[in-house]
Design a protein around this ligand. Structure first.
Ligand SMILES: NC(=O)C1=CN([C@@H]2O[C@H](COP(=O)(O)OP(=O)(O)OC[C@H]3O[C@@H](n4cnc5c(N)ncnc54)[C@H](OP(=O)(O)O)[C@@H]3O)[C@@H](O)[C@H]2O)C=CC1
Ligand SMILES: CC(C)(CO)C(=O)C(=O)O
Length: 306
């Protein structure tokens, strides 16, 4: 089955960047899913990425008799339940579902809702997109890492998704052990997103402020213990590599969580420290740093959302 009709839900920082390439390459075979005022906004203003405005086709969730070959999810974790409802009519047993959400639970949640479809594990690594009031700005598109948990022998649909993304100019890579890569990115986010959100640090400060680096590392070390107890192959070397990536990241860039705190939006704390705490409790592993990050970021969020 060749991939032809594709939808993407969530055209914020990450989704907007990839929608730009997919719209440019696939035109009217590519759809953005949106309803109500979101739909009106996209139809009227388009999507702006690096000052370039484009107008993708927008499809509503009530459209009947239209099934997608591939659906890409780029909403925040707390919007995934609604996004799943919104794409329900576009999903058949042959539809491939590709989540790009941070955290380790999106694929499980998709799979339990669409148990007959083909749910992949996915993430976007290295992208430096920022959502401003005047559109999305980015200098690095990063790479979409994806596949099933085990891709030692990649399936036909994984090969097709890779071709589909690459033909649009999107960097995509399939890893043999994709569960490891998903947990690795989660460990990175638990460290850098939360440390940046609590301190207000742009990426450049991770290479300059020792206390910030200690906080970043401390939060990741707790994930490392949880990974070991869960038979996920992460090592100290991963932590060292992640630190090197972050200290060399776009200096004035900000994590998605820091962007959320600054814009007084809901954060993904429940899917970063929240998941760490859940696993820690289940596996009897102490997670004091994530506990403090959870309490302080949750309190901060509740206060500005009040
Ligand atoms: N920003 C980054 O640098 C990176 C983020 N990530 C991860 O990617 C995911 C997305 O993050 P990010 O792009 O930053 O998030 P944003 O908040 O920038 O974008 C999410 C978008 O989803 C839209 N949305 C929410 N619900 C629906 C729905 N039901 N139908 C249609 N659209 C919907 C929102 O619309 P509206 O604005 O109208 O609410 C918003 O435009 C997160 O899990 C994040 O952790 C991963 C790598 C890097
Ligand atoms: C890797 C990083 C930190 C930026 O791409 C990210 O995933 C985020 O900001 O959520």
């Amino acid at each position: 089955m060749a991939i032809e009709e594709v939808a993407l839900i969530g055209t914020g920082a990450v989704g907007g960047v990839y929608a730009k390439y997919l719209h440019a390459k696939y035109g009217n075979k590519f759809y953005v899913v949106a309803n109500g005022s979101r739909k009106e906004r996209i139809l009227q203003n388009g999507i702006k990425v690096n000052e370039q405005v484009f107008f993708p086709q927008v499809i509503s969730s009530d459209l009947k008799n239209k099934k997608m070959d591939l659906i890409i999810f780029a909403v925040k974790n707390y919007d995934l339940e609604q996004a799943m409802k919104d794409v329900k009519k576009l999903v058949s047993k042959d539809t491939i579902l590709l989540p790009l959400l941070n955290g380790i639970t999106a694929s499980e949640r998709l799979e339990s809702t669409f148990s007959n479809s083909k749910t992949l594990l996915g993430l976007s690594m290295g992208i430096d997109a920022i959502r401003t009031t005047d559109g999305i700005v980015n200098t690095d598109d990063g790479v979409i890492q994806f596949g099933y948990e085990d891709n030692t022998i990649p399936s036909q649909e994984v090969i097709e998704v890779e071709q589909y993304l690459k033909e649009a100019g999107i960097n995509a890579k399939v890893y043999p052990d994709m569960k490891r890569m998903l947990w690795r990115k989660w460990m990175l986010n638990v460290g850098v997103n939360q440390a940046s959100a609590i301190t207000g640090a742009k990426f450049k400060y991770f290479g300059q402020v020792k206390e910030l680096l200690d906080l970043f590392r401390g939060a990741m070390l707790e994930v490392l213990e949880i990974a070991k107890a869960s038979n996920v192959n992460l090592t100290m070397e991963d932590i060292e590599q992640i630190e090197e990536v972050i200290v060399n990241f776009t200096p004035d860039g900000k994590t998605s969580m820091l962007q959320d705190v600054e814009a007084k939006r809901r954060t993904e704390i429940d899917y970063f420290a929240g998941t760490v705490l859940e696993y820690g409790k289940k596996l009897k592993i102490d997670t004091p740093i994530n506990n403090v990050l959870y309490l302080s970021l949750k309190a901060k969020e509740k206060i500005y959302l009040d």
